[in-house]
Design a protein around this ligand. Structure first.
Ligand code: AMP
Ligand code: MG
Length: 345
């Protein structure tokens, strides 16, 4: 299959013919990767089973790992869910459009292939203007997991999508680098007390301020039945190289990473650092994730992991960020990328 690339531009938007083409592709059950404010999504018609099958096949994603449906219009929500709890109204008022996904009981029109066999469905209304235009143009919700090969870091630029899925999907919409860089916060509203299934840039504190009581499920509390978000049981965001996170007071972290890196030949070790610390490492390939001061760490995280991997290193050491704002979401992704290899100083 030849993957067609088109451009969405902040100033000029879409070319009309190309938007029509994206619609035709998805109507037929084909796949279009598109930018959102979190990461690039791999979109297909959320009412068609074949689209879900193709998404799972292209990503190599296990088919019990459900997909998030994307909509551009709150009024469409009742078409896809059987019940809208009061919390959902408050949360959508506060955070939609934006990086928050909510889980509802599903309506019959949503195929089980989309929900990984569950009776619940995940729904999000993104704010990225290109995604909004695309979604408004469709007569169906768009099922879209992150547009990467399953297990790899999520794509934050169109080139990452190409790297993973070129030749396997119909179209890539290039909208440049995304703004947030990590996936949406997921909140399950089908439980009596809402549960955060995945942390993101809408934090627990922000959610609490709107709806009060909320639980954070780190995937551990349901060991007998498996994690509530089925995706949590699979390896995620992982580079090809081995990766270890070193977390703690900044000076000690730098010293420890230098000590560990000295055991490798300089070409074989990658170091994920920040703008503030990148000059503190004399040995190894140093890749800056972003700036602690400017709060650009989530935005650059996946790009940095991909970059370090591309250098062909054997081992990646990353600074930890448990003291930074939004540390919950950042550390969640980092620790998973490292397969839970973490040294806390
Ligand atoms: P991704 O699309 O790659 O960002 O992953 C979507 C995440 O949402 C996965 O971890 C899924 O397990 C989770 N998810 C989607 N639908 C549901 C659902 N109905 N119940 C629980 N988790 C869900
Ligand atoms: Mg994903």
């Amino acid at each position: 299959m030849k993957t067609r690339s088109i451009v969405w531009d902040e100033k000029y938007g879409f070319c009309k013919d190309e938007l029509q083409e994206a619609k035709r592709i998805m109507e037929r059950g084909g796949l279009v990767a598109f930018p959102t404010e979190t990461v690039y999504g791999l979109g297909g018609n959320g009412l068609r089973s074949e689209a879900a099958d193709k998404i799972y096949a292209a990503k190599g994603r296990p088919s019990d790992n459900p997909l998030i449906l994307h909509i551009a219009d709150k009024e469409k929500l009742p078409l896809y869910v059987s019940e809208i709890p009061e919390h959902a109204n408050k949360l959508s008022e506060a955070f939609w459009p934006g990086p928050l996904t909510m889980i509802f009981h599903k309506n019959e029109c949503i195929p089980y292939t989309i929900t990984g066999g569950l009776d619940t469905v995940a729904i999000r209304m993104p704010s990225h203007p290109g995604a909004v235009t695309l979604l408004k143009f469709m007569d169906f919700p768009v099922a879209a997991p992150s547009a990467n090969i399953s297990g790899k870091p999520s794509p934050t630029e169109a080139s990452h999508v190409k790297e993973d899925l070129d030749g396997m999907i119909d179209m890539i919409i290039d909208g440049g680098e995304v703004g947030i860089g990590i996936e949406s916060t997921i909140v399950d509203l089908t439980e009596e007390i809402p549960v955060i299934l995945r942390p993101g840039s809408v934090t627990k504190e922000m959610l609490q301020a709107v709806i009060g009581d909320i639980i954070f499920d780190n995937g551990i509390i349901r060991q007998d039945s498996g994690p509530k978000a089925p995706g949590l049981k699979y390896r995620h965001y992982a580079p090809n190289a081995k990766m270890t996170v070193i977390d703690g007071e900044r000076k000690r972290v730098v010293a420890k990473i230098n000590e560990l890196a000295s055991g490798f030949s300089a070409l074989k070790v990658g170091i994920l650092a920040t703008e503030e610390t990148k000059n503190s490492y004399p040995k190894g390939h140093v890749v800056s994730i972003g700036s602690r001061k400017e709060g650009t760490l989530t935005k650059g995280l996946y790009r940095a992991i991909r970059e370090a991997d591309r250098l062909g290193v054997e081992q990646i050491y990353s600074e930890g960020f448990s003291k930074e704002p939004n540390s919950e979401a950042l550390m969640n992704r980092l620790v998973k990328a490292a397969g839970h290899s973490i040294i806390t100083l």
